[in-house]
Design a protein around this ligand. Structure first.
Ligand code: ZN
Ligand code: ZN
Length: 242
């Protein structure tokens, strides 16, 4: 029986239900799985902005109009904050090996941000079990900030200092320092949790980590001088990123 015959079925009820079924299957065939804005349910691209729900520190996926609404400081009524889209690569970041060792990070990656709910600066590293908090003293953070005044400009809760010392590019001395949106740090945690295998992680996870930092590098604005008192502040709109 052809589809023409089916749509011209004299039985109204069965043709109606077939139509519904056909629409449903057509929709499923034609549309790739899409993500939705969690506020207004409109479709969003894979690369989209997030709000941070401050109490639970969870991310909410949002469309461009909703992100613009929440871009206004105070719009989230202290509950939600728009995660910025700023990526800065800090070229001359000052941090001694001693300062690094004090953090006791087992994986050569860490992100550090000011948590206003906890009223302190916190350092986390990605692990197969998710984000793990590492030791960071207030003195340790203050020393980093005084050596790198650009850190005064970190937006609390939603931006982090992200440090990469994974020796996959430049050997032992390889290190990169970024100011990055917190959602990107969560992405790094997620990919390690998802892809880590066995004791050493396995080839797949290390390749994914390398690709993650390649994307970051490509997107970041380079800041030559971390002691500068001026810094790029204007976030390009999400649809012009990349
Ligand atoms: Zn929306
Ligand atoms: Zn999302």
């Amino acid at each position: 029986m052809s589809s023409f015959d089916l749509t011209n079925n004299s039985d109204d009820r069965s043709s109606a239900s077939l139509d519904v079924l056909r629409q449903f299957t057509r929709r499923r065939e034609m549309r790739p799985p899409v993500e939705q804005c969690e506020l207004c349910s409109s479709e969003i691209a894979a690369d989209h902005r997030h709000l941070l729900e401050l109490a639970r520190r969870t991310l909410i996926c949002v469309c461009i109009p909703c992100s613009i609404l929440f871009g206004d400081p105070g719009a989230g009524q202290g509950k939600y904050r728009l995660v910025p889209s700023r990526f800065l690569k800090l070229l001359d970041f000052q941090m001694t090996d001693e300062q690094w060792d004090d953090l006791m990070i087992p994986v050569n990656m860490v992100y550090i941000f000011h948590n206003t709910a906890a009223q302190r600066v916190m350092a986390f590293y990605p692990s197969p079990a998710g984000a793990m908090e590492s030791t960071l003293t207030l003195e340790g953070w203050d020393a980093l900030v005084s050596a790198n005044p650009i850190l005064n400009n970190l937006e609390p809760d939603v931006e982090a200092l992200l440090i990469n010392r994974v020796k996959n590019r430049g050997g032992e001395q390889y290190r990169e320092h970024y100011i990055a949106p917190i959602d990107v740090c969560y992405e790094l945690v997620g990919l390690i949790r998802l892809k880590w295998k066995g004791l050493s992680g396995g080839e797949e996870v290390w390749k994914a980590i390398e690709e993650f930092f390649e994307r970051l590098r490509a997107r970041a604005i380079t800041v030559e001088d971390s002691s500068a008192n001026t810094w790029p502040t204007n976030n390009p709109p999400a649809w012009r990123r990349g």
